[in-house]
Design a protein around this ligand. Structure first.
Ligand SMILES: [Mg+2]
Length: 90
């Protein structure tokens, strides 16, 4: 089973609302780990675990809300960031 198939099957098995709820929880778990890091109690293995969790849930959110609109928004935002970086270099 491909990675894409796993994401789609997870959504079909548990439903969009459950997967959206889990995405919220995983984002919050990453936020908590990053906060511990900034307070000097960081655990980089735990941060990496949470990054992986969030990436997996972000992929599922793409299945729920649409890959193409996400790509379009990402391209625009990356373009603006690139412009800012290039302006800072001048
Ligand atoms: Mg997690």
């Amino acid at each position: 089973m491909s990675e894409e198939d796993v994401y789609q099957e997870a959504i079909e098995t548990w439903g969009e609302d459950v997967q959206v709820q889990i995405a919220i929880e995983e984002v919050n778990e990453l936020g908590a780990e990053l906060s511990r890091h900034l307070r000097g109690r960081g655990n980089s293995a735990a941060i990496c675990e949470e990054i992986a969790d969030v990436e997996i849930m972000l992929e599922q959110l793409r299945h729920v809300f649409g890959d193409s609109p996400v790509d379009t928004a990402k391209d625009a935002k990356l373009g603006r960031l690139r412009d800012r970086m290039e302006a800072d270099d001048e």
